[in-house]
Design a protein around this ligand. Structure first.
Ligand code: 2NL
Length: 371
């Protein structure tokens, strides 16, 4: 429509604007049908309906806003010739009423639909069973370590922890391990920087504890130790150990035997019998290895104890005077016993594992069997 024509006939401007509105409103016309859910809406999903809602809002601004053709027409009312003014005013007015009503109707319908769709999306079936969280549990090595700790804490022992990298003094010298001992060789020990090694037993923790606390002292030292073994079903270069230490005036081998026997009774039942066999360790004198009656067959002989009725568990002995001297404890005043056992070996035994490496693969299918 040519500009000058509109200038000459203001009515034409109103009619043209109305045509444009009708045209653009077309897509929303179906929303306001007089049925519960107009077909035009029911085919939309929530996001689509919300998009329509935005478009409709833009349409309202365009046709009813300050910059609309309608607003311009309203300003024109005072400028048309007096004899045409009433008719023109009425036309503009009717248009405004009509457009306002139609937009409002469509807006209401679409708002109702969006509201219902949002409610529907949030609907939950409270009778549905909940999603059960997958519950984890401690590693079997941790479970056994904690059982051992509990038994010794009840006997008055402290639990001590320490570093995994040690100097030769803590790893060997203080433990009376001679310079030429094979354990010191780099074939057996993981050396890091010059003069440092990964601890090959948790005795290192006990040496630190004796230096720090002096005597008397009762403690256990559970922890990770490292040895340069080639992995096989019964060896792993990293494994877990508990060592125990009791130092006081008048401590004898009888205290050692009573303590180890009581620990094993609490571990495997009151009927458990313990036996000691003479052995040798550089850090104890005398030394003994200990066995206990098989928890499976009570000593009759079975697959677990290899028909012997006994299970070998660890080593022990009376703390060597040189060890006490190395940490500044007078062996003329104090004596002590010590013992050590492997936690991995014990877990393997108790669960009938034929390969201790399973404990370090962290395969959940294996680990979840220990729940
Ligand atoms: C074994 C043998 C043993 C010890 C560890 C120890 C610690 C200090 C002083 C004296 Cl600080 N001894 N520990 C004593 C005897 C045996 O372990 O078969 N372990 C798995």
């Amino acid at each position: 429509m040519a500009e000058d024509q509109i200038q000459r006939d203001p009515k034409l401007q109103v009619v043209e604007a109305r045509k444009e509105f009708d045209n653009e409103f077309e897509r929303f016309a179906g929303f306001a049908e007089q049925s519960a859910t107009p077909l035009a809406l029911s085919s939309l999903n929530l996001a689509e309906a919300e998009a329509e809602q935005r478009l409709l809002s833009e349409l309202r601004t365009k046709h009813l806003g300050k910059k609309s053709a309608l607003a311009a027409s309203k300003k024109l009312i005072g400028r048309v010739s007096p004899d045409e003014r009433a008719a023109f005013g009425k036309l503009v007015q009717e248009n405004e009423t009509d457009i306002t009503a139609r937009i409002a109707q469509a807006e209401q319908a679409i708002a109702g639909f969006v509201e219902a769709a949002r409610t529907e999306r949030q609907r939950i079936d409270v009778t549905l069973p909940g999603r059960r969280p997958r519950k984890g549990h401690l590693h079997p090595l941790t479970m056994l370590r904690e059982r051992i700790e509990d038994i010794f804490v009840a006997l008055g022992y402290a639990i001590e922890d320490g570093r995994e990298i040690e100097t030769d003094f803590y790893n060997f010298d203080a433990l009376n391990i001679p310079q030429n001992h094979p354990a010191r060789a780099s074939q057996d020990t993981f050396y890091t920087t010059d003069g440092f090694a990964l601890r090959s037993q948790t005795s290192t923790v006990q040496i630190h504890a004796m230096q720090r606390r002096g005597a008397p002292l009762r403690m256990i030292a559970p922890g990770r130790v490292f040895r340069r073994d080639t992995p096989d079903p019964t060896h792993n270069p990293m494994f877990f150990q508990v060592e125990g230490l009791c130092v006081d005036r008048g401590i004898t081998m009888a205290h050692l035997k009573g303590t180890v026997a009581e620990f094993l009774r609490q571990m495997f039942g009151a009927q458990t019998v313990t036996r000691f066999r003479p052995s040798y360790f550089p850090f104890t004198e005398p030394s003994a290895e200990f066995d206990f009656s098989c928890f499976k067959c009570s000593g009759k002989g079975c697959r677990i104890c290899k028909q012997s009725g006994w299970i070998e568990l660890g080593g022990s002995g009376m703390v060597h005077p040189n060890v006490l001297r190395a940490v500044g404890v007078d062996p003329e005043v104090y004596s002590g016993f010590a013992f050590g056992l492997g936690i991995d070996r014990m877990v393997a035994l108790m669960y009938g594992l034929d390969d201790i490496r399973l404990l370090f693969e962290n395969d959940v299918r294996f680990l979840e069997q220990f729940d």
